[in-house]
Design a binder for this molecule. Structure first.
Ligand SMILES: [Zn+2]
Length: 435
């Protein structure tokens, strides 16, 4: 059978056209008005069904009726969906300080079961979509040929017992709506529920579904016995459905997220290297040794002119004094732009060095260094001028101008921003199971 519609009909309730692909399909659920239409009948009778809510997609991957997908190089078409709600009891294990705690807890969820049909081979499987992710589901073929395939209940019980498995989840599911084509409507017509039991074995989950008659409280026939495998990486689903324009867009967004995450790591490492380098030794562009010897006569004292070549460049002005015993000096350093003949910066500070003995212990108290960053507004010739108090002090100072480059704290905000971006994007990748 080729991937072309067998029939095209019009919904008798809302007049929206729809396509039917399988010859044995007997019913069609209109995705627009939710009418259930009986096919293979002259006048397409239908049952009106109130349109419920819960048509929203259960995850960021928005699968729709009629989409095509490629799994294992086989092409499939989405021919039906059923939306279920379930109330169930779930087994849990949690690690506490006093050991492993186990028990059962009540839970509820909703999920979609999409029928993916291979139109060339008449084979297919179900894709289950929950808020937690995707699962592949197919009819479980018993590895034990001695057990009849139809006896799902027996088979399941046997399976659970022979491997000493634990039923990790059991409950009842009820139908919200069905859309697309189907060859039977057992649960929908009877307003019944689906009782189910699940257990895990290996990397799969095995589920027995039993139709349950709400009115009488009786179990009816086993409905399905399935094997489910979780899809660990949702990119697999996005790639399978990539032929569909809307999924292609989602796929591009997923790629962008991963690109943004990788870029944030790259930028963070780059910034961090620059941050570490900013602690390194800076190039000295001018150095001046100023003797205090005859300060009393010749104050203030100028340095020779020096060139600051780069406009808008950050420099560090630094004044340091070698140790002088037990004296305190106050030094003001003024920086002049020689071309404009204006003072452009001032650096002032107290310097001292005291030491002595206290109970036989030597102590020192000193301040021998001060520095300040400044940005060079104009490239050109500069000089510095020193005012020293008191004037009768002896010794010398060292004045240095360094290229400051970037200062370490300039990197803190960008580093924090990039880290924040990384955390947010990584969480989105994690929640969307993109890796
Ligand atoms: Zn309709």
């Amino acid at each position: 059978m080729a991937d072309t519609a067998l029939h095209t009909h019009q919904c008798p309730s809302c007049q929206t056209p729809f396509e039917v692909y399988l010859a044995h399909s007997q019913y069609f659920g209109c995705p627009h008005c939710r009418a259930w239409i009986q096919l293979n009948s002259d006048n397409l009778p239908f049952v009106a069904h109130p349109k419920t809510g819960y048509t929203d997609s259960l995850s960021f991957v928005k699968i729709a009726l009629g989409m095509t997908a490629t799994f294992d190089q086989q092409k499939y078409r989405v021919i039906a969906r059923t939306r279920w709600g379930a109330n169930y009891i779930e087994y849990y294990e949690t690690q506490t300080d006093s050991g492993t705690k186990t028990g059962y807890q009540n839970n509820s969820s909703k999920y979609d079961v999409w029928r993916l049909q291979n139109l060339n081979t008449d084979q297919g499987f179900w894709l289950i979509q929950t808020e937690r992710g995707f699962y592949f589901s197919q009819i479980f073929q018993s590895p034990n040929p001695g057990l009849p395939y139809n006896q799902g209940q027996e088979l399941f019980a046997n399976f659970v017992n022979s491997y000493s498995l634990r039923v990790t989840e059991y409950g009842k599911a009820y139908l919200y709506f069905f859309e697309g084509e189907a060859n039977e409507l057992p649960l929908i017509n009877l307003q019944n529920q689906l009782k189910y039991y699940r257990c895990n074995y290996g990397s799969s989950t095995y589920t027995l579904e039993i139709e349950y008659d709400n009115a009488s409280g009786y179990n009816l026939e086993p409905y399905r016995y399935t094997q489910e495998t979780a899809v660990d990486n949702n990119r697999l689903i996005l790639e399978a459905f990539a032929d569909n324009a809307s999924i292609q867009k989602t796929r591009q967004n997923a790629k962008s997220l991963i690109f943004a995450r990788n870029l944030s790591i790259f930028v963070f490492i780059g910034l961090f290297i620059l941050f570490m380098l900013s602690f390194g030794e800076k190039k000295v562009v001018f150095r001046h040794h100023q003797d205090f010897g005859q300060l009393g006569d010749t104050l203030p004292k100028f340095t020779p002119e020096f060139e600051l070549k780069n406009q808008a460049y950050l420099i560090e002005l630094e004044v340091s004094l070698p140790t002088y015993n037990n004296q305190e000096v106050y030094i003001t350093t003024e920086l002049y732009d020689e071309e404009e003949e204006v003072m452009v910066n001032e650096l002032a500070g107290d310097f001292w060095y005291y030491s002595g003995y206290d109970d036989g212990e030597r102590w020192t108290d000193s301040q021998t260094y001060t520095s300040q960053y400044m940005q060079v507004r104009y490239a050109g010739a500069y000089s510095a001028e020193f005012f020293v108090e008191p004037k009768e002090v002896s010794g010398h100072l060292i004045f240095r101008v360094r290229e400051a480059g970037m200062i370490w704290y300039y990197y803190l905000t960008p580093l924090l921003i990039v880290l924040l971006v990384f955390v947010i994007v990584q969480l989105m990748i994690y929640w969307r199971k993109l890796e």
